[in-house]
Design a protein around this ligand. Structure first.
Ligand SMILES: Nc1nc2c(c(=O)[nH]1)N[C@H]1C(S)=C(S)[C@@H](COP(=O)(O)OP(=O)(O)OC[C@H]3O[C@@H](n4cnc5c(=O)[nH]c(N)nc54)[C@H](O)[C@@H]3O)O[C@H]1N2
Ligand SMILES: Nc1nc2c(c(=O)[nH]1)N[C@H]1C(S)=C(S)[C@@H](COP(=O)(O)OP(=O)(O)OC[C@H]3O[C@@H](n4cnc5c(=O)[nH]c(N)nc54)[C@H](O)[C@@H]3O)O[C@H]1N2
Ligand SMILES: [Mo]
Length: 713
């Protein structure tokens, strides 16, 4: 034994990633160094497991490429040439550039761009909103993810957590709809396996035979963007062909049954077969099994919203358990995201009261058009401030974004952990702290526990948390509002309504001690949130006919400035309908002649969006950018397996290695989003081909509606 006794401690935390699992962490610290991060075995949902992405999370904190000090650009835009500067100089440069811009163009010439690089209460989605609203900048509408699904959910059942993912253990029929659960919601899978061990049937609806689909009892391949038609076809069988609905439940707890039935009557299985590619007999079988096996559950993935009709598709899917009365049972119903059970105090978090009347709103997915002037903006965007996001990889129409970021007259600041493909265009880069170094209450959209992340080690170099970043910016901009001098803990406390029933019994002190606590929303073995209706819609019912949409021109819930709210806007049909994919070969034959293959780009197994895409171990796991091609489509183009192909359309191109597989339907292709464009062969990735269009609700992106052509390189 050596004489040296090292000092060991365990600190409690939780995963910062934009993922439904939000695993409970134990940080192992030895002599001030983070040596390991393990899962907390006592957490009922995540049960001590961590996914492959987090396997070397401790080392990730010491990644040799991590940004440790503020940097200033010294070479041409995008050249990646930077020099170290002090925080004082960086902040002073930002202050003076912004003051000049505000004097000449007004504060709306400054635009933030942020998403969910960090998922904390004070460092996450709404971090920075208060600052930018106080500054008077353009309001950025954050709709990268779930805004279409959430709008649909709020319109149909209101802000309810719905079915608890842990209650899946009690289900007898489980549909995983548009989700690759073993990749993206791994810790929900054991509950499904538990249900299956008791006889449950597991169905996966996905265009690809994914890792999840391969483990299911029944995989139903579907053409992307046609889920709404499938749901209507199921309803046809349940309402018009057989009588498989729960009339008592419908009578008491729903609104608009006859209207929905009339809509469903337009979708007999034979018509739905032609739209979805699913055999009419399979649609009948699915509808009958789903309606007659209780409790039945639907786990909705985010992918359903990634098409022009995604919003209505989610509304329709969300209606299914109210038709069958599945909500009556423990383990019955559906899950979108249970985040609605958290009693957020958005008025504090985002300070919408600081948004000056008439301030314009620019959608973040239109970044390229906004920067290049294609979107007419007066004043133009003269400064962009990016944090918690990597748009050059993750936003649609990425080639256009790059074009905009090269503008010499754009003053760009990024707060980052690494010099990403986006950050490299910055004038100033500010170093951000990583999860083991920050204090935050972690938000989750996949289970019903609040978790407190406590700092285990100090940030290296001069890294700061986002919360501290905005305190510093507020100070240098001369904002002396008390909001900007609150400590991290005070900010967390004010971000929630601690008196809300869901937080009953939960305190910061207890969270400090235990790390996580379950919300007061019923136990998984008892929770039946809508056994007796109790929907949180204006009518209190599950709305087959939306009373919000009926009021007339109405859009959506969008995370505008981080604030979930209903906005007036375009027309929404009170009774949801099937809206065909805009670029689909069936519905847009002219376009499809030039670009006949629909490319979808779901999440990578070993990266979290782009995060860990620079970790050698994860790069090895994920491999290079692949594209899955059905052998029929490949041979028609003379492409050989393992060769490189160019994937292109009028928006842009990238190259990937061809992998032949029957796991993908003919007529479509699959690649993963998340590889760093700069690591790819041509410096670009899938989002150079995607369109900056929106799904019919919530302005969500339509990443699954993307026609391309491929050719051998
Ligand atoms: N490993 C890993 N996990 C992650 C992430 C990650 O990057 N990596 N990202 C996190 C984030 S931000 C999110 S939003 C979630 C998303 O996770 P998911 O909800 O699983 O969504 P996706 O990965 O986009 O796609 C899921 C599946 O839907 C299929 N799909 C695509 N289009 C359609 C369609 O039109 N209809 C149907 N029925 N299926 C379709 C795809 O083939 C894919 O297998 O994952 C989170 N978890
Ligand atoms: N083609 C296609 N595109 C997609 C999708 C798809 O399915 N297909 N999915 C969409 C979805 S669902 C989502 S959620 C978005 C995700 O889009 P983004 O949220 O932009 O994705 P990330 O790659 O996670 O980028 C987050 C960045 O924040 C940085 N970061 C992490 N922690 C911190 C911090 O504490 N402070 C600061 N300042 N920075 C930090 C990370 O290093 C990373 O570069 O992508 C969307 N884009
Ligand atoms: Mo997402």
């Amino acid at each position: 034994m050596s004489a040296h006794t090292s000092e060991m401690k365990i600190v409690r935390g939780a995963c910062p990633q934009d993922c439904p699992d939000t695993c409970a962490f134990l940080y192992h610290v030895e002599d001030g160094k983070l040596v390991e991060v393990t899962g907390d075995p006592n957490h009922p949902m995540t049960r001590g497991g961590l996914c492959v992405k987090l396997k070397n999370f401790a080392e990730h904190h010491y990644h040799p490429d991590r940004l440790l000090y503020p940097l200033q650009r010294v070479g041409p835009k995008g050249s990646g040439q930077f020099e170290r500067i002090s925080w004082d100089r960086a902040l002073e440069r930002i202050r003076s550039e912004w003051t000049k811009i505000i004097d000449r163009y007004g504060p709306q010439a400054i635009m933030p761009h942020a998403y969910l690089g960090h998922q904390g209460t004070i460092n996450g989605l709404t971090s920075g909103d208060a600052f930018f609203n106080r500054l008077g900048s353009t309001v950025a509408e954050k709709t990268y993810c779930e805004s279409g699904s959430s709008t649909a959910w709020l319109m149909t059942v209101g802000p309810t957590g719905g079915l608890d993912v842990e209650s899946l253990a009690y289900s007898k029929y489980i549909i995983v709809w548009g989700m690759n659960m073993v990749n993206t919601n791994l810790h929900a899978w054991p509950f499904i396996l538990e249900a299956r061990s008791k006889g449950a049937k597991v169905v996966v609806i996905d265009p690809i035979r994914t890792r999840t689909a391969k483990q299911a009892d029944w995989h139903i391949p579907i053409r992307p963007g046609t889920d709404g038609a499938l749901a209507l076809g199921m309803m046809y069988v349940m309402m018009c062909e057989d009588d498989l609905v729960d009339h008592d439940y419908i009578e008491k707890y729903t609104l608009g049954f006859e209207d929905l039935k009339a809509r469903a009557a337009e979708f007999p299985p034979e018509r739905v077969e032609a739209i979805t590619g699913i055999a009419a007999e399979d649609i009948r079988k699915l509808a009958r099994e789903y309606a007659t096996t209780q409790p039945s559950a639907i786990r909705q993935g985010v992918a359903v919203e990634r098409s022009p009709g995604g919003g209505d598709a989610i509304r329709l899917i969300t209606m299914l358990p109210a038709l069958t009365g599945a909500w009556r049972h423990v383990g019955g119903g559906t899950i979108e995201m249970p985040i609605w059970e958290f009693p957020f105090n958005f008025d504090f978090m985002c300070r919408p009261d600081w948004i000056r009347p008439g301030t314009r709103v620019v959608n973040e997915l239109e970044l390229g058009a906004a920067l290049t002037g294609e979107l007419k903006l007066d004043p133009p965007i003269k400064s962009l401030f990016v944090y918690n996001s990597n748009p050059v990889s993750q936003a649609p129409n990425a080639s256009k974004i790059v074009e905009g970021l090269k503008r010499e007259d754009l003053f760009m600041v990024t707060s980052e952990l690494f010099i990403t493909d986006t950050a490299k265009y910055s004038d100033i880069i500010l170093p951000a702290a990583m999860q083991a170094e920050v204090y935050d209450l972690m938000v989750t959209w996949g289970h019903l526990y609040a978790s407190l992340n406590q700092p285990a080690i100090p940030p290296p170099g001069e890294c700061v948390s986002n919360a501290e970043l905005f305190r510093r910016l507020a100070k240098v901009m001369g904002f002396n509002d008390p909001h900007f001098s609150l400590s991290d803990e005070e900010m967390v406390v004010r971000s929630y309504n601690w008196d809300a029933p869901a937080f009953e019994g939960i305190t910061i002190e207890k969270l400090e001690e235990r790390g996580w606590m379950r919300l007061n929303v019923g136990t998984p073995s008892e929770r039946v949130p809508h056994a007796q209706g109790g929907f949180k819609t204006p009518s209190g019912k599950c709305e087959f006919k939306s009373s919000l949409a009926e009021k007339g021109n109405f859009v959506a819930e969008v995370w505008r400035s981080g604030y979930a709210e209903m906005q007036p806007g375009g027309y929404v049909d009170p009774v949801p309908n099937f809206i065909p994919p805009g670029e689909s070969p069936v519905d847009n034959p002219a376009h499809a002649l030039r670009y006949p293959l629909n490319l979808i780009s779901p999440k990578p197994h070993a990266f979290l969006n782009t995060q860990y895409g620079n970790e050698p171990m994860q790069q090895k796991r994920q491999g290079e950018q692949l594209i899955l091609i059905n052998p029929k489509d490949a041979s028609a183009r003379g492409i050989n397996p393992g060769s490189y192909v160019k994937v292109y359309n009028e928006r842009g191109a990238f190259e990937a290695k061809a992998q032949f597989s029957d796991d993908v339907m003919a007529g479509m292709l699959m690649t993963n989003v998340g590889h760093w464009p700069g690591h790819n062969r041509t410096g670009s990735a899938v989002n150079s081909t995607t369109a900056p269009r929106h799904c019919n609700l919530g302005n969500a992106g339509v990443y699954s509606d993307n026609l391309v052509e491929i050719s051998a390189v």
